[in-house]
Design a protein around this ligand. Sequence first.
Ligand code: ZN
Ligand code: ZN
Ligand code: ZN
Length: 546
Amino acid sequence: MKYITLVLLGLSLVISCKVKEENKEVHSNPKLVVGIVVDQMRYDYLTRFYNKYGDGGFKRMIDEGFNCKNNHFNYIPTYTGPGHASIYTGTTPKYHGIISNGWYDKDIKQDVYCAGDTSVRSVGTNDRSGQMSPHRLKTTTLADENRLFTQMRGKTIGISIKDRGAILPAGHSANAAYWFQGKDEGNWISSTYYMDDLPQWVKDFNAEHSVSKYLREWNTLYDIETYTESGNDLNDFEGGFRGKETATFPYQLDVLKDSNGGYDLLKATAYGNSLTTDFTIAALKGEGLGKDTITDVLAVSFSSPDYVGHNFGVNSKEIEDTYIRLDKDLERFFVVLDEQVGKNNYTVFLTADHAAVNVPAYLQSVKIPAGYLDNAKTRIKFNAFMEQTFKASDLVENVSNNQIFLNRDKVKAMGLKLEDIQEAIVNELIAYDHVDKVYSATTLSTTEFVTGIEALLQKGYNQKRSGDVLVVTDPGYISYPKTGSTHGSGFSYDTHVPLLFFGKGIIHGETIKKTEITDIAPTISSLLGISFPNATTGQPLDFVLE
Ligand code: ZN
Ligand code: ZN
Ligand code: ZN
């Protein structure tokens, strides 16, 4: 009797182990999560250039994966630093603290850069451009949570031409972040925050100096006559490069190099994406990412579309060609992922850190309300108001990122009430041309806004770091030269960006239901079964997951 029971018990143990093993098989995590950010990619670049794309890049993600067509940033300002931080932390500047690319630090009374860190040293260059770390990011990223979950066995690598595009996504516990040093170097570099010396595969990559091969002619990939989805190549709305009369194809990059910052020139061409892809593939192989069952995170950001957009504008032939070529680079990258990690062993998401406005001068030419702010005129008028009202010229300490920082010591010394000055400034500025809304820090800290621009402003407002008065300008109005595009507002031309998921654990489908940028991190965290980043405010998009 005892013997039979033991046999049965043993049998049931064997069975339950089998079942467990089968379950484990079904629920296994992707070996690699690849996050792709395309700097300044508008949602309509997916649709406008759709017929120009091949089957293996953007279309492969759409055809096999899930397309969130109505995905938006949910805070102001829509800049690169806050964008990358929000994608990977699942929250907004209110919590992660990256309120802009650079801002006025009220405590030390100095301008600071979001990734700047003078306590670390450059690795791979003697230039100071390596003195970077994520120390100003206050919360964890999804890559940090994966590191904690895997007992630091899952790797994290961040890659981008821009330092902040590599550093903020990779988070605090990353194995490495790499960014591009242009000028006369053309190398990938890092900082002592991550390592004392570059790994051999990075040294080898830099030694090969394959970057030089991109110093060649940049012409359109296909006949320019077929680029019917963008404006004339020659127009009044493009910047261009020093040393070339017109902003028109073709561009001889070897000739233009010396008058345009050396290797920095490549950043502002379609080849910057190819260069980033080359290095990302080298990282995949060099670090052995996705080789075992412990999930690794590879965060790559393509910075060049932002430089091209700022220079040539969102309606240019240069932008169209940049995206047609980026599509080819993505295809090349996905083929390597299939080979190195294996189809259905990896999960990819693709989004942008913000979109961009059409060149206001172009919009004006087709009768759409848009324009440029006259900051010099505004400053004179505003200073006169402050003099007259408060009999003091130094009550304002700094004006940056559409925010006014008051000199709090001075306010106290003069026996004034901070709230009164804020309110007076609000009432003054709202009367100015092309100022659409003005809010005081006091209002943003005491009233909860649920919808509209006010809610976006509030989610971007950080009580410790933001200013005393926040200004929102009219749609289509920017502080910028009259050529090229920029971004930063809460209007849909800046907030509407692609969101594509594909690979392991993702179903095929699409939605026009609104999703928000802060939903990405909790969605990937849910897929992996790991903790959400520690200040997540987004919601997991359950409908994209198997
Ligand atoms: Zn950006
Ligand atoms: Zn052009
Ligand atoms: Zn930009």
